[in-house]
Write a protein that binds this ligand. Structure first.
Ligand code: MTE
Length: 338
């Protein structure tokens, strides 16, 4: 395994997928509209029911279902709004969220996952809940969406590559599922594993990473109310490129922690060997908390490029969720535990 597998921070136009760049004028118009409604990134955890502008996918990408306005025309409506959301008016456009992706199992470029997601069969789909739990079980993802009230959570998403989005996820707290399966007193970590099937995820035939993709959290991080299992975004079921049918979302950590297309959630005694931390331990830590004070060895983490906007913005400690999560790391040296 070699480090430096994520590309260096892209510059200028490279940051936006070609199809999106061609529609730059549309983005500019949207950015202007958002400036008028946004309460700003530092606004904290407030719920506003502003609606983000959306459109269908750009030419050349697979047709995507039209996103539903909040609370309407959703297969899951009514969705419960969440006090953990940032204003929906800040949301990145639907077509950017669904065509500018990292999902190495579906290709290494940002546009490849949307092009290649057709090979991923997302139904039927089961998730194994295993390891240190009193009620291990294999559950259909449809049952999961019936067990727990689905919420819309509009979260900031910050990639370690220094780009970011704001995404209106649909999902339920991981803590609800963990409470139901009852971790044993030995459980200290939670390990998430992506589907291993090179036929459906052809990128797994390349040795770019060790497959399957594995991520992990400490149990208290997993139980935190912000930690979400997402099954949709913009009111519609997740598309393959975004990690259908179920993925993790941990908004205060770099995006690589948010494991896609999950088939196993295992409670463990030992810290899981996670994919990126194993691939490049000096570059990608287990904690991966968004931290503008700790640069990536090859680029600054002090600022980020918000997809769809022109200007770079300052990166916030814990991606703006410090009030909610900083206490989890009391007494830890976050420059060492990066
Ligand atoms: N999960 C799997 N299985 N494979 C991946 O390549 N990429 C990660 C994360 N989850 C990845 C993954 C990275 S680096 C990021 S930034 C986010 O997914 C991107 O999520 P998005 O494409 O839905 O925005």
């Amino acid at each position: 395994m070699v480090a430096q597998r994520l590309p260096p921070e892209p510059k200028g136009a490279e940051i936006t997928a070609p199809a999106l760049y061609a529609r730059r004028r549309e983005f500019l118009a949207r950015a202007g509209a958002f400036i008028g409604t946004s309460a700003g990134l530092g606004a904290g955890l407030t719920w506003l029911s502003e609606r983000g502008g959306v459109s269908s996918g750009p030419p050349g990408t697979p047709p995507a279902p039209p996103p539903a306005p909040f609370g309407q025309a959703s297969p899951w409506s009514p969705l419960t709004p969440s006090p953990f959301s940032v204003p929906r008016g800040e949301a990145t456009a639907f077509d950017a969220v669904t065509t500018y992706n990292n999902f190495y199992e579906l290709g290494l470029s940002k546009s490849a996952p949307a092009r290649n997601a057709g090979s991923l069969r997302t139904a039927p789909w089961t998730v194994r809940i295993e390891g240190e739990v009193h009620a291990p079980q294999t559950v259909d993802v449809d049952d999961l969406t019936r067990w727990f009230p689905l919420e819309e959570r509009v979260y900031r998403m910050r990639c370690v590559e220094a780009w970011s989005m704001v995404i209106p996820w649909v999902g339920f707290p991981l803590s609800s599922l963990l409470a139901r399966v009852k971790p044993t007193s030995h459980a200290r970590f939670v390990q998430f594993t992506t589907l291993l099937d090179p036929e459906q995820l052809p990128g797994q035939t390349s040795a770019v990473l060790d497959w399957p993709y594995v991520e992990g959290l400490r149990l208290d991080e997993a139980m935190h109310p912000l930690t979400l299992l997402a099954v949709g975004l913009y009111g519609t079921p997740l598309l393959g490129q975004n990690g259908a049918p179920i993925r993790l979302v941990v908004p205060w950590k770099y995006g690589f922690k948010s494991c896609k297309s999950i088939v196993s959630i295992a409670l463990t005694r030992e810290r899981p060997k996670t994919t990126w931390a194993a691939a490049g331990p000096s570059e990608y830590g287990f904690y991966a908390n968004v931290n503008p004070a700790v640069d990536h060895p090859r680029w600054s983490q002090g600022s980020e490029r918000r997809i769809g906007k022109l200007e770079r913005i300052d990166t916030l400690a814990f991606n703006g969720y410090a009030d909610a999560v900083a206490h989890l790391y009391g007494g830890m040296d976050l420059t060492q535990n990066f």
